[in-house]
Unconditional design. Structure first.
Length: 225
Protein backbone atom coordinates (compact mmCIF):
# COMPACT_ATOMS: atom_id res chain seq x y z
CA UNK A 1 0.00 0.00 0.00
CA UNK A 2 2.84 2.39 0.89
CA UNK A 3 4.56 1.65 -2.43
CA UNK A 4 1.32 2.38 -4.31
CA UNK A 5 0.89 5.68 -2.45
CA UNK A 6 4.47 6.65 -3.24
CA UNK A 7 4.00 5.73 -6.91
CA UNK A 8 0.79 7.73 -7.20
CA UNK A 9 2.38 10.73 -5.48
CA UNK A 10 5.32 10.62 -7.90
CA UNK A 11 2.99 10.35 -10.89
CA UNK A 12 0.90 13.25 -9.62
CA UNK A 13 4.05 15.40 -9.39
CA UNK A 14 4.98 14.47 -12.96
CA UNK A 15 1.53 15.41 -14.22
CA UNK A 16 1.51 18.69 -12.32
CA UNK A 17 4.93 19.57 -13.76
CA UNK A 18 3.68 19.22 -17.33
CA UNK A 19 2.19 22.03 -19.34
CA UNK A 20 -1.64 21.95 -19.21
CA UNK A 21 -1.84 21.01 -22.89
CA UNK A 22 0.53 18.06 -22.39
CA UNK A 23 -1.34 16.47 -19.49
CA UNK A 24 -4.21 14.78 -21.42
CA UNK A 25 -1.77 13.08 -23.82
CA UNK A 26 0.44 11.86 -20.97
CA UNK A 27 -2.50 10.52 -18.97
CA UNK A 28 -3.93 8.73 -22.01
CA UNK A 29 -0.56 7.24 -22.99
CA UNK A 30 0.22 5.76 -19.59
CA UNK A 31 -3.24 5.17 -18.14
CA UNK A 32 -5.51 4.39 -21.09
CA UNK A 33 -5.98 0.73 -20.08
CA UNK A 34 -7.07 1.82 -16.62
CA UNK A 35 -9.38 4.46 -18.10
CA UNK A 36 -10.96 1.96 -20.52
CA UNK A 37 -11.43 -0.60 -17.73
CA UNK A 38 -13.09 1.96 -15.46
CA UNK A 39 -15.42 3.12 -18.26
CA UNK A 40 -16.43 -0.49 -19.04
CA UNK A 41 -17.06 -1.30 -15.37
CA UNK A 42 -19.08 1.86 -14.80
CA UNK A 43 -21.05 1.28 -18.01
CA UNK A 44 -21.81 -2.30 -17.01
CA UNK A 45 -22.90 -1.20 -13.53
CA UNK A 46 -25.17 1.49 -14.98
CA UNK A 47 -26.71 -0.96 -17.47
CA UNK A 48 -27.37 -3.60 -14.82
CA UNK A 49 -28.86 -1.00 -12.49
CA UNK A 50 -31.10 0.32 -15.26
CA UNK A 51 -32.36 -3.19 -16.07
CA UNK A 52 -32.94 -3.92 -12.39
CA UNK A 53 -34.97 -0.74 -12.00
CA UNK A 54 -36.94 -0.87 -15.27
CA UNK A 55 -37.55 -4.62 -15.77
CA UNK A 56 -40.70 -5.82 -13.99
CA UNK A 57 -39.85 -8.52 -11.48
CA UNK A 58 -43.22 -10.26 -11.50
CA UNK A 59 -44.31 -12.59 -14.30
CA UNK A 60 -48.01 -12.69 -15.16
CA UNK A 61 -47.92 -15.72 -17.46
CA UNK A 62 -45.43 -17.80 -19.46
CA UNK A 63 -46.38 -19.77 -22.57
CA UNK A 64 -44.13 -21.72 -24.92
CA UNK A 65 -45.18 -22.12 -28.56
CA UNK A 66 -42.95 -24.84 -29.97
CA UNK A 67 -42.35 -25.35 -33.69
CA UNK A 68 -43.82 -22.12 -35.02
CA UNK A 69 -42.14 -20.12 -37.76
CA UNK A 70 -43.85 -16.80 -37.10
CA UNK A 71 -42.94 -14.36 -34.37
CA UNK A 72 -45.43 -14.77 -31.51
CA UNK A 73 -43.32 -12.99 -28.92
CA UNK A 74 -43.42 -9.49 -27.52
CA UNK A 75 -45.04 -7.04 -29.94
CA UNK A 76 -46.90 -9.68 -31.95
CA UNK A 77 -50.68 -9.50 -32.43
CA UNK A 78 -51.10 -12.58 -30.23
CA UNK A 79 -48.94 -11.13 -27.44
CA UNK A 80 -50.52 -7.69 -27.45
CA UNK A 81 -54.00 -9.15 -27.85
CA UNK A 82 -53.70 -11.40 -24.81
CA UNK A 83 -52.08 -8.69 -22.69
CA UNK A 84 -55.04 -6.41 -23.45
CA UNK A 85 -57.60 -9.19 -23.00
CA UNK A 86 -56.14 -10.16 -19.63
CA UNK A 87 -55.67 -6.56 -18.53
CA UNK A 88 -52.01 -7.06 -17.64
CA UNK A 89 -50.07 -3.97 -16.65
CA UNK A 90 -46.79 -4.70 -18.43
CA UNK A 91 -45.04 -1.94 -16.51
CA UNK A 92 -45.56 -3.99 -13.34
CA UNK A 93 -45.20 -7.54 -14.61
CA UNK A 94 -43.98 -9.59 -17.55
CA UNK A 95 -45.88 -11.62 -20.11
CA UNK A 96 -43.52 -14.19 -21.63
CA UNK A 97 -44.16 -15.90 -24.97
CA UNK A 98 -41.36 -18.28 -26.04
CA UNK A 99 -41.45 -19.04 -29.78
CA UNK A 100 -37.93 -20.26 -30.55
CA UNK A 101 -38.19 -23.94 -29.55
CA UNK A 102 -37.99 -26.50 -32.37
CA UNK A 103 -38.18 -30.22 -31.60
CA UNK A 104 -40.32 -33.22 -32.45
CA UNK A 105 -40.25 -35.69 -29.53
CA UNK A 106 -42.91 -37.87 -31.18
CA UNK A 107 -41.00 -38.58 -34.38
CA UNK A 108 -37.30 -37.90 -33.87
CA UNK A 109 -34.57 -38.39 -31.31
CA UNK A 110 -34.23 -35.66 -28.74
CA UNK A 111 -30.73 -36.74 -27.71
CA UNK A 112 -28.40 -33.79 -27.89
CA UNK A 113 -31.16 -31.38 -28.92
CA UNK A 114 -30.51 -28.02 -27.28
CA UNK A 115 -34.06 -26.94 -28.07
CA UNK A 116 -35.55 -29.97 -26.37
CA UNK A 117 -33.32 -29.53 -23.33
CA UNK A 118 -34.36 -25.89 -23.09
CA UNK A 119 -38.02 -26.87 -23.22
CA UNK A 120 -37.50 -29.49 -20.50
CA UNK A 121 -35.67 -26.92 -18.39
CA UNK A 122 -38.71 -24.64 -18.63
CA UNK A 123 -41.03 -27.49 -17.64
CA UNK A 124 -38.91 -28.86 -14.81
CA UNK A 125 -37.81 -25.46 -13.56
CA UNK A 126 -41.26 -24.32 -12.52
CA UNK A 127 -41.28 -21.23 -14.76
CA UNK A 128 -43.47 -22.36 -17.68
CA UNK A 129 -47.26 -22.36 -17.45
CA UNK A 130 -48.41 -23.89 -20.73
CA UNK A 131 -46.82 -25.67 -23.68
CA UNK A 132 -48.35 -25.56 -27.16
CA UNK A 133 -47.20 -28.03 -29.83
CA UNK A 134 -48.50 -30.23 -32.60
CA UNK A 135 -50.75 -32.86 -31.03
CA UNK A 136 -48.46 -35.91 -31.35
CA UNK A 137 -45.46 -34.02 -29.99
CA UNK A 138 -47.44 -32.68 -27.04
CA UNK A 139 -48.67 -36.17 -26.17
CA UNK A 140 -45.09 -37.45 -26.34
CA UNK A 141 -44.15 -34.83 -23.74
CA UNK A 142 -47.21 -35.84 -21.74
CA UNK A 143 -46.02 -39.44 -21.63
CA UNK A 144 -42.90 -38.24 -19.81
CA UNK A 145 -45.03 -37.06 -16.88
CA UNK A 146 -44.10 -33.41 -17.35
CA UNK A 147 -47.64 -32.26 -18.10
CA UNK A 148 -50.26 -31.83 -15.41
CA UNK A 149 -53.21 -34.19 -15.42
CA UNK A 150 -56.36 -32.23 -16.14
CA UNK A 151 -58.06 -34.27 -13.45
CA UNK A 152 -55.89 -32.45 -10.91
CA UNK A 153 -58.26 -30.48 -8.69
CA UNK A 154 -56.39 -27.27 -9.49
CA UNK A 155 -57.42 -27.44 -13.16
CA UNK A 156 -60.30 -29.92 -13.11
CA UNK A 157 -62.75 -27.20 -14.18
CA UNK A 158 -60.99 -27.18 -17.55
CA UNK A 159 -61.72 -30.89 -17.93
CA UNK A 160 -65.42 -30.11 -17.89
CA UNK A 161 -65.26 -26.89 -19.91
CA UNK A 162 -63.25 -28.49 -22.73
CA UNK A 163 -64.57 -32.04 -22.37
CA UNK A 164 -64.93 -32.44 -26.15
CA UNK A 165 -61.32 -31.43 -26.72
CA UNK A 166 -59.47 -33.52 -24.14
CA UNK A 167 -56.39 -35.50 -25.24
CA UNK A 168 -55.09 -38.40 -23.19
CA UNK A 169 -52.00 -40.57 -22.79
CA UNK A 170 -51.61 -43.95 -21.14
CA UNK A 171 -49.46 -43.98 -18.03
CA UNK A 172 -48.49 -46.45 -15.32
CA UNK A 173 -49.59 -44.33 -12.37
CA UNK A 174 -49.19 -47.02 -9.72
CA UNK A 175 -45.97 -48.50 -11.06
CA UNK A 176 -47.55 -51.96 -11.31
CA UNK A 177 -47.77 -52.15 -15.09
CA UNK A 178 -51.43 -51.16 -15.24
CA UNK A 179 -51.97 -48.43 -17.80
CA UNK A 180 -54.44 -45.64 -17.09
CA UNK A 181 -55.64 -42.95 -19.43
CA UNK A 182 -54.50 -39.56 -18.20
CA UNK A 183 -55.92 -36.32 -19.66
CA UNK A 184 -52.94 -34.08 -20.42
CA UNK A 185 -53.91 -31.93 -23.39
CA UNK A 186 -56.56 -29.71 -24.90
CA UNK A 187 -57.12 -29.65 -28.66
CA UNK A 188 -56.77 -26.08 -29.94
CA UNK A 189 -58.27 -26.56 -33.39
CA UNK A 190 -60.43 -23.57 -34.28
CA UNK A 191 -58.52 -21.32 -31.90
CA UNK A 192 -56.42 -18.23 -32.62
CA UNK A 193 -53.36 -20.49 -32.84
CA UNK A 194 -54.72 -22.78 -35.54
CA UNK A 195 -53.25 -20.75 -38.40
CA UNK A 196 -49.74 -20.94 -36.94
CA UNK A 197 -49.81 -24.73 -36.67
CA UNK A 198 -51.64 -25.64 -39.84
CA UNK A 199 -54.73 -26.66 -37.88
CA UNK A 200 -52.99 -29.22 -35.66
CA UNK A 201 -52.09 -27.91 -32.23
CA UNK A 202 -52.78 -28.69 -28.61
CA UNK A 203 -52.05 -27.21 -25.21
CA UNK A 204 -50.65 -28.89 -22.13
CA UNK A 205 -50.17 -27.47 -18.66
CA UNK A 206 -46.76 -27.79 -17.06
CA UNK A 207 -46.79 -30.09 -14.05
CA UNK A 208 -44.96 -27.27 -12.24
CA UNK A 209 -47.00 -24.35 -13.60
CA UNK A 210 -46.67 -21.31 -11.32
CA UNK A 211 -49.66 -19.32 -12.64
CA UNK A 212 -52.44 -21.88 -12.83
CA UNK A 213 -55.06 -19.21 -12.14
CA UNK A 214 -54.26 -17.56 -15.50
CA UNK A 215 -54.67 -20.64 -17.72
CA UNK A 216 -58.45 -20.51 -18.04
CA UNK A 217 -58.14 -16.84 -19.03
CA UNK A 218 -55.57 -17.74 -21.69
CA UNK A 219 -57.78 -20.47 -23.12
CA UNK A 220 -60.79 -18.17 -23.22
CA UNK A 221 -58.70 -15.69 -25.15
CA UNK A 222 -57.60 -18.34 -27.67
CA UNK A 223 -61.21 -19.27 -28.35
CA UNK A 224 -62.51 -15.70 -28.30
CA UNK A 225 -62.71 -15.18 -32.04
Amino acid sequence: MDRLKAYMAAEWKKICALEPGERPGYIWMYYKLWIIAIVVIVGFAVTMTWHAVTTPSETWFFACFANVTEDLGEGSDLYDGFAAYAGYDLTRGQLQFEDSIYCNPATSSTTGSAYYEQMIAYLDGGTLDVLVMNTDDLLAVGESGRLMSLSDERVSALLETYSDRILTVEADLEGDGTLTEVPVGIDLSGSLLEEYYGGDCALGISANAPHIDQIDLFLRYLFSR
